[in-house]
Design a protein around this ligand. Sequence first.
Ligand code: FES
Length: 170
Amino acid sequence: MSDKNKVSRRQFLNYSLTGLGGFMAAGVLVPNLRFAVDPVFKKQSAAGGFVNVSLSVDDITDEPQRVDWEVEQVDGWYESDINRTAWVFKDDDGDIQAFSPVCKHLGCFVSWEGSDDHPDEFFCPCHNGRYYKDGTNVPHTPPLAPLDVFEQKVENGMLFLGEAKQREEA
Ligand code: FES
């Protein structure tokens, strides 16, 4: 090897330290950059998402049926699957209804015909809360508002549900 191609000890040390410094800087910067940017993109992609709840429209009758599904929830860096439930049926006009099961009194779980004393109603066992089939609260029972309604759409004959929304007439 000629003297021209030789790397001095000083040059070798400079190259090594520069490479090591760059490697360490990347190790610090890349995770921080991802931390700052990643949740923004994830929130955008999850916004307004509808989920196929694996229920064919043909299987929806006028009898409310319980439908359970999971949605992925992203909270900053924490990702988890949360369970959702709806009471789904077709009303007298043939329109699909999807009600939240969360009682509007103190948040217990309401069931369709959950009480033998009150057939054809949604019933909350916690404080005997009652709702008519259309989800409106029965007057003089603890709930003071109708059940929330899930956003919905139908694609290829399957029901997709979004977020549960409070009714405007509540
Ligand atoms: S929580 Fe449902 S009636 Fe009280």
